[in-house]
Design a protein around this ligand. Structure first.
Ligand code: SAM
Length: 230
């Protein structure tokens, strides 16, 4: 099993309970809205996962497109957002048929770590093609090389303490220890970048980029980059 198959399972249990999942998406939406350029704008959330706060993000932006590589997630999003005219859910075929310069901004949050370096470079080219000139590519939750698992654990526990789900988080850590997530993390690994390498790579793909002062979400051991299409 690779990361793609892992994410397509409906039992991957990366959230320790429903409260953790909701608080994650609530926090991500708040952090994202503070970083986006002035609305109205058409935003693509690439690798969106369950996108629980999509209605709030769409209400702010005006138009939101959601894409995820996992067909099971896309099917669920299509059901959940069928009655939302400002939210469009893209499958692989719809993504492939997009015309150039169709988005003002693209979010790619907590995705790069699960792909290979060549896939990451292809993703930057895709983002460049789909963005309008001066459009923003926001890459969040980028992992630093050698980041210890313990920093992820500490971040989860402090988020859980603030969010009132500490007991569930402690139980979740035990489950994770025996899970496919941990096995894949130690066998396939996670793609990681230091800040200079990420900025160089973005420049080489036609972006002017900077690291944001804070990462999107609760894990401040990870990084967010804001890249503007040149
Ligand atoms: C950790 S989740 C992040 C979900 C969401 N962006 C968030 O931050 O809550 C990673 C997501 O990336 C998706 N993914 C993995 N590889 C992908 C790829 N090559 N293209 C698009 N999505 C991908 C997975 O299916 C999964 O939903």
């Amino acid at each position: 099993m690779g990361w793609r198959q892992f994410w397509n399972r409906d039992d991957h249990a990366i959230y320790v309970n429903a409260r953790h999942k909701q608080l994650h998406f609530t926090r991500v939406a708040a952090d994202l809205l503070a970083l986006l350029p002035e609305p109205p704008l058409h935003l693509l959330d690439y690798g969106c996962g369950e996108a629980l706060e999509a209605p709030r993000i769409a209400a702010h932006c005006g138009r939101l497109s959601l894409y995820d590589a996992a067909p099971g997630i896309v099917a669920g999003l299509k059901r959940r957002y069928a009655g939302f005219p400002s939210i469009e859910v893209l499958d692989d075929a719809a993504l492939a048929s997009l015309v150039p310069s169709c988005f003002d901004a693209i979010l790619c949050l907590s995705v790069l770590q699960y792909i290979t370096r060549p896939e990451c470079e292809a993703l930057l080219d895709l983002g460049h093609r789909l963005l309008v000139p001066r459009g923003h590519l926001i890459l969040g939750d980028v992992i630093v090389p050698g980041a210890p698992l313990v920093s992820d654990i500490a971040s989860l526990l402090s988020f859980a303490w603030e969010g009132g789900f500490l007991t569930a988080a402690l139980a979740g850590l035990v489950t994770t220890f025996f899970s496919d997530y941990r096995r894949l993390r130690s066998t396939i690994g996670l793609l990681a970048f230091d800040e200079a390498t990420m900025l160089d790579m973005l420049r080489a793909h036609g972006f002017e980029a900077r690291r944001a002062a804070r990462n999107i979400g609760h894990n401040q051991a990870r990084m967010t980059f804001i890249a503007e299409k040149l």
